[in-house]
Design a protein around this ligand. Structure first.
Ligand SMILES: [Zn+2]
Ligand SMILES: [Zn+2]
Length: 771
């Protein structure tokens, strides 16, 4: 052990998000502060530091490293070893080193920081009104990175040669832009370009002013941001919004709105301090906020909804445009319907030329496209609904070391997940796997993640549904590379993802409520109770099986589901034209559905909670057909908020033996029909229905607890994005003494499935035996 005043060498390795976040300048300034000599360097595995000095100074240096790291850095591990001094002179930042097979974490893209905002809005500053201003604390990262280590030549910024002024900043360890890889200025960096939808350059002296004029005139402008093009229009102009809906083939699915700042947000929405913090966070997601009645934003942004998706500007370009227009702007993904977001200039013109009147683009390429993330705050805790910009590709931390695996995810709201060590790299939201563009985007992104994190999967996990495109992809890839496949049941994956999201690994009561998932008996599950851990599950209860007349046709037309449920549960006699939705369906359709229910032809059986919401929503006349997924259930939740102090319940019963509950719906559906025939408001019916589902969940969990002794319940599945349902279920379960786990970092919807698949595969017997 060297004496305290002797010079000692410390070799330090730090891992986590430590590159592209101003970590090396931070190390440099610390070394200077503590008078230490040596060097720091990025490798494809970690940030390495060698410093020499007295032991006391070295100790202070290490503790400062941990405690004072830059805001965006996340240190996952830090190891120190001491040795004989080399005799370094001064402190330097050494060139990055590539180590074969090694990897490091990659930072997500980060919203513009306030010093950069000051640069952009200070006249006379050399970056005044420059839309690509960034620094080590903010700006693009993941979307421009082609490979690691994170250095300019391996990003899409490699084509821009820094001017002397930028280079000076880049080389000055005391500058905020020291080693900021996307560093740029009006002299040397990317430039804006405004064209019409034929690609012809729009003639104007100031592109930002011109774009603002166009938006004020009611035009639709495609704006290239960090992860792709967003379609923008004036959110106070109903005509512009209706036109955008028509052209985008998106009749009623809500649009997100970008607002200038928090003061502006408060004019349109109410918000809590947690929601404010989330909006202002470096991730800057879209946050679903209660929409004020007096808001000047057209209701067309979210027809029938009480929540508005709001985000703040997250690039200088957005800030400039929103200030110039002085308007709230609709900012929605640049795509048609469910295709992936457009990222490249030519591609955008080709795909979005029929939607946007003008294109505001630039010449910084997007290497990987990236949607805006969506979040909500429940119980003071942020929950992600769509995980992309600002979050991916930062991994979910696992409580154990996983083998290298690929989990292919679900069909809708797809993400995939790659594992290595204690990292689960859940991809950004990929989308609904229903068209060739999305599938191509999926395959490209899988390859990118494999390359960035140097992952060679030893096995592939997939959903049990044979028709899911990601399942087919999994089987093809496994065949091609001679790998094992691990099929995972959909709702088991939901519960495992909730466990992993909470860092839990024990056995729990799992409640998975969603639209559809392939069951082990070939039926469509979705209202499931199970005893599960990350390895196995045993179904412990379900909603009774009911027919889905016409299969997916019923999903688009909840009135069909309602008819099917009523035919089975109440029989023909209860058909009463006073049930509002029946007027909307022709006699022919009623006959068709009756025949389907009778014969079972093209009529799968389902235990889905999502479909039960659909059926009741249709019966109450809230939604008989839908334009976007879960619309009937979402609008029913909105209706329920109109019921005041409604505590009523519909009757229901649990049958089955001690170890298995089947929830029978006859009394519930009869109760709903009676209420409607008595002239009850939809709001009342809706609130009573929510109360009922919460009570049946509590009853079923208590019954499972009595058998199993389990005291923890994990809630997952898309239905738990219904805040009313979630809060009611949580309250009742907590009242009964349960510990309740819900989602935070990955969505409760099918966006979380890949994480669950990965965790289950990592724990699976097949794999353990195989190795
Ligand atoms: Zn900055
Ligand atoms: Zn420059």
């Amino acid at each position: 052990m060297p004496a305290n005043n002797e010079t000692t060498l410390a070799r330090i390795s730090t891992r986590g998000v430590v590159q592209g976040v101003g970590f090396r300048p931070f190390v440099y300034s610390l070394a200077v502060k503590y008078n230490l000599n040596g060097w720091v360097c990025n490798t494809s595995e970690d940030v390495r530091i060698e410093v020499e000095g007295t032991r006391e100074m070295l100790d202070r240096f290490v503790s400062s490293l941990e405690q004072e790291a830059p805001p965006l850095a996340r240190i996952e591990s830090l190891s120190v070893s001491f040795g004989k001094p080399v005799g370094y002179n001064g402190f330097e930042i050494r060139p990055s080193v590539t180590r074969p097979g090694k990897y490091q974490l990659v930072s997500p893209d980060i919203a513009t920081c306030s010093p950069c905002m000051d640069d952009v809005f200070t006249p006379g500053n050399r970056r005044w009104r420059y839309p690509f201003t960034n620094c080590t604390n903010c700006g693009p990262r993941f979307t421009i990175i082609k490979d690691i280590p994170y250095d300019r030549p391996l990003t899409t910024m490699s084509v821009f040669k820094m001017c002397p002024d930028c280079l000076r900043e880049y080389k000055d360890p005391l500058d905020r832009r020291f080693h900021a890889q996307p560093n740029a200025c009006p002299v040397c960096g990317p430039r804006l370009q405004l064209t019409d939808n034929r690609g012809d350059s729009a003639d104007c002296p100031d592109i930002i002013e011109k774009t603002a004029d166009l938006l004020r005139e009611g035009r639709i402008v495609a704006i290239k941001g960090l992860g792709g093009f967003l379609l923008a229009c004036n959110a106070e102009n109903a005509e512009a919004m209706i036109l955008l809906r028509q052209r985008k083939h998106r009749p009623s699915k809500p649009f997100a709105v970008m607002l200038k700042d928090i003061t502006e947000v408060k004019k349109h929405c109410t918000l809590t301090s947690e929601e404010e913090r989330l909006l202002l966070s470096p991730q800057a997601p879209i946050v679903l906020l209660p929409w004020r009645d007096g808001s000047s934003i057209c209701r067309e942004a979210g027809p029938g909804l009480k929540y508005l998706g709001v985000m703040l500007p997250y690039t200088p370009l957005h800030h400039l445009i929103i200030r110039e227009t002085g308007l709230p702007l609709v900012m929605t993904s640049g795509n048609i319907s469910e295709e992936p977001i457009a990222g490249q200039n030519g591609e955008a013109l080709r795909r979005l030329g029929g939607i946007a009147d003008y294109f505001l683009s630039h010449n910084r390429d997007i290497h990987s496209t990236y949607d805006d993330s969506v979040a909500m705050v429940v119980d003071k805790t942020p929950q992600l609904i769509r995980r992309a910009r600002g979050y991916a590709p930062y991994p979910i931390h696992l409580s154990f070391a996983a083998p290298q695996l690929l989990a292919c995810g679900a069909e809708e709201k797809n993400t995939f997940c790659l594992t290595r060590d204690n990292h689960a790299f859940v991809s950004q939201h990929i989308g609904d796997m229903e068209n060739i563009e999305t599938m191509e985007h999926y395959v490209r992104t899988v390859e990118l993640y494999k390359q960035l994190f140097r992952i060679h999967p030893v096995a592939i996990a997939h959903d049990m549904h044979p028709e899911y495109l990601p399942t087919k992809y999994a089987l093809e890839e496994a065949e091609k590379h001679n790998l094992r496949t691990i099929p995972v049941q959909h709702h088991h994956a939901h519960i495992a993802s909730c466990l992993a999201d909470n860092g839990e690994g024990g056995t729990v009561i799992g409640v998975a409520f969603d639209g559809t998932g392939y069951g082990t008996d070939g039926k469509i599950w979705g209202g499931e109770f199970m005893v599960a851990d990350c390895k196995n599950f045993k179904r412990a209860g379900q909603i009774e099986y009911l027919p889905l007349p016409g299969g997916s046709a019923a999903i688009k037309k909840p009135c069909r589901t309602a008819l099917g449920y009523m035919l089975v549960l109440l029989g023909n006699s209860t058909f009463d034209s006073r049930l509002g939705f029946l007027n909307g369906i022709g006699r022919d359709e009623i006959d068709l559905v009756s025949r389907q229910v009778e014969t079972g032809l093209n009529t799968p059986l389902t235990s889905s909670m999502g479909r039960l919401f659909d059926a009741v929503s249709a019966m109450a006349g809230i939604r008989t057909t839908i334009d976007y997924e879960a619309q009937a259930a979402i609008e029913m939740e909105m209706q329920a908020y109109g019921a005041i102090d409604e505590k009523g319940l519909y009757p229901f019963s649990l049958t089955g033996d001690q170890s298995y509950s089947i929830i029978l719906l006859h009394e519930l559906v009869a109760g709903v029909a009676d209420d409607i025939l008595r002239g009850c408001r939809a709001a009342t019916v809706s609130m009573r229905f929510h109360n009922t589902i919460a009570a049946m969940t509590q009853d079923a969990c208590l019954k499972i607890k009595a058998q199993s002794g389990l005291g923890t319940v994990a809630l997952s599945g898309g239905c738990f994005q219904n805040r009313l349902l979630l809060s009611k279920v949580m309250a009742l379960l907590k009242q009964s003494g349960f510990k309740v786990l819900t989602h935070r970092n990955v969505p409760a919807n099918d966006g979380g499935i890949s994480l669950g698949q990965a965790v289950i595969a990592a724990r699976s017997q097949i794999l353990q035996e195989g190795n």
